[in-house]
Design a protein around this ligand. Structure first.
Ligand code: TNX
Length: 514
């Protein structure tokens, strides 16, 4: 009878309680399936516990969830490791044997009695955690305690990604960004369920990664950047810190060593790699296409092999990006020959080669990935390479480039691929973009941020937000959910979250930010 009375009192309380402020279908990227149950909100209370399936990977996700929720709630939220985290109560993270969810999918159930996130692996649990985070009031992003009613909207979400590869690229060569900045960018990717961070580690203006067998690359080639800044480089420990931090968030680092062009910094460090008769000097401008390592010299292939081997040894992910763009001064045949040899070196190291789509005319190697950055989607050479077996990573310059200006008055950025407002970054379909390339040949999407004019973390964030979430949604959400008006409505609620988290963003006039 006492139980009954308590249940009745609780039901009456729930009727009087205000509904959770965030709607279950306001998540970005849009989930595959959302089933709201408006009567079934959950209230997170000071005594809540996080329970998780036994095992280090799931436990690590639970600790991340606790770390996300503790500062704003001020609740202790202890994490308990249990072989059977059910029955519910509090928040349960459960590993289940369910192949339909895939390696990154999850199922989220919110009821008055508790919250349950189920997934086949830790990556899925983490994606579920990011969804849960978005469903709490925006003040959850505060780093200090806030008096708030921490209500979650009732119902269920079943979710998994459309594309296996969803990424962003940071150019750390034109302007150097320290480890802490990169870790913060990793956090931003994780928020929107991106799973790859491509680091553009080398270019004309700087070589940013230590290589023991060629020490002058970083020591000499790492000095300077666009303008008059000091530049810098990552030690191996720095790079490994980034890789490990990303891995904890189920994000794979894709290192790029841009070859054979975009190599002025390497040539300054080792002039022996330069074509005969040239004397490289440090470069701090923003022109492209003038430098290259000599494709006719055997020493060049020693360099390529040594560098790629050392990068491979520090990179657990399957990919090695060899650039290949804008080698304007290398003749067609020499270029193709160089690329084919570099592709074989990568294969010999046990990695899968990624390159800009200029690699397309070179011979196929197993699994190779072409990153398409064109602006004219009629590209027969790339389509032909896809027919020969290449997979495409889509970064169309006129939709996915985060270094393009939003509008004519955007204070930083380029406009060679046009202006990219939020709608333009959202309104395209990666599965049907390049003529003659079927969705089955598309590995995924990536949003590159080139940094000729981007000099600080707030500027990086200003270019990422709000466009990165748009690209994340194209990579994650089923096409059936694609809807511009709904997208900008859903995204509007993220403005206060970014503000609370101290993230700089562009207040796109297309969105009614609260
Ligand atoms: C083209 S996109 C480049 C970069 C520049 C960028 C500026 C690509 C593969 N190469 O070297 O930074 O344009 O938007």
């Amino acid at each position: 009878a006492a139980d009954l009375a308590r249940t009745a009192a609780r039901a009456a309380g729930d009727l009087l309680a205000p509904p959770a402020p965030v709607r279950l279908d306001d998540v970005v990227p849009a989930p595959e399936q959302v089933r709201p149950d408006p009567g079934a909100d959950y209230l997170l209370t000071p005594d809540a516990v996080i329970r998780v399936s036994t095992g280090p990977a799931a436990l690590a996700v639970a600790e991340q969830l606790a770390a996300l929720l503790r500062p704003a709630t001020g609740y202790p939220l202890p994490v308990t490791d249990a072989a059977r985290p059910e029955p519910a109560g509090g928040i349960a993270l459960v590993l289940v044997d369910d192949e339909t969810l895939g390696p990154e999918g999850y199922q989220l159930d919110i009821t008055p009695a508790g919250v349950r996130i189920a997934a086949a692996g830790p990556a899925g649990l983490l994606h579920g955690v990011q969804t849960l985070r978005q469903l709490l009031p925006a003040a959850i992003e505060s780093r200090t305690p806030v008096a708030e009613r921490w209500a979650l909207p009732g119902g269920s979400i079943t979710d998994r990604p459309r594309f296996a590869y969803r990424g962003a690229m940071l150019d750390v060569a034109r302007h150097f960004f320290g480890v802490e900045d990169v870790l913060r960018v990793v956090d931003h990717l994780s928020r929107y369920k991106l799973n790859h961070l491509h680091l553009h580690l080398t270019d004309d203006q700087g070589w940013r990664i230590a290589v023991d067998s060629w020490p002058r690359l970083a020591a000499v080639g790492g000095v300077g950047e666009v303008g008059d800044g000091p530049g810098g480089f990552y030690t191996k420990a720095d790079y490994q810190r980034i890789v490990a931090y990303a891995a904890e968030r189920h994000i794979t680092v894709v290192p790029e060593i841009d070859l054979p062009g975009h190599t002025n910094a390497a040539l300054v460090a080792y002039p022996e790699l330069a074509p005969a008769g040239t004397v490289p000097t440090p470069y701090t401008g923003t022109e492209v296409g003038f430098s290259y390592v000599d494709p006719a010299s055997e020493r060049t292939y020693d360099f390529v092999t040594d560098v790629l081997a050392e990068v491979t040894a520090m990179t657990p992910g399957p990919w090695l990006h060899i650039g290949g763009d804008e080698a304007f001064k290398v003749k067609r045949e020499a270029y193709t020959g160089f690329v084919e040899r570099a592709q074989r070196i990568v294969a010999g190291l046990g990695k899968t080669v990624v390159g800009w789509h200029q690699l397309a005319p070179a011979g196929h190697v197993d699994g190779r990935v072409l990153q398409w950055w064109g602006t004219d989607a009629d590209d027969p050479t790339t389509a032909e390479a896809a027919r020969r077996g290449a997979r495409l990573l889509l970064s169309p310059g006129n939709h996915a480039y985060l270094d393009m200006k939003y509008a004519p008055d955007t204070p930083i950025g380029h406009d060679w691929a046009g202006l990219i407002d939020l709608r333009r970054s959202y309104e395209w379909d990666p599965g049907a973009h390049v003529t003659g390339v079927p969705e089955t040949a598309v590995l995924g999407v990536e949003a590159p941020l080139w940094t000729e004019s981007v000099t600080s973390l707030p500027e990086v964030e200003f270019m990422l937000f709000p466009r990165l979430p748009a690209l994340a949604e194209l990579g994650w959400s089923p096409r059936a959910t694609h809807d511009w008006d709904r997208f900008r409505d859903r995204l509007a609620g993220h403005g206060p979250r970014w503000t609370a988290a101290g993230i700089t963003f562009h207040r796109s006039p297309e969105v009614s930010w609260p």
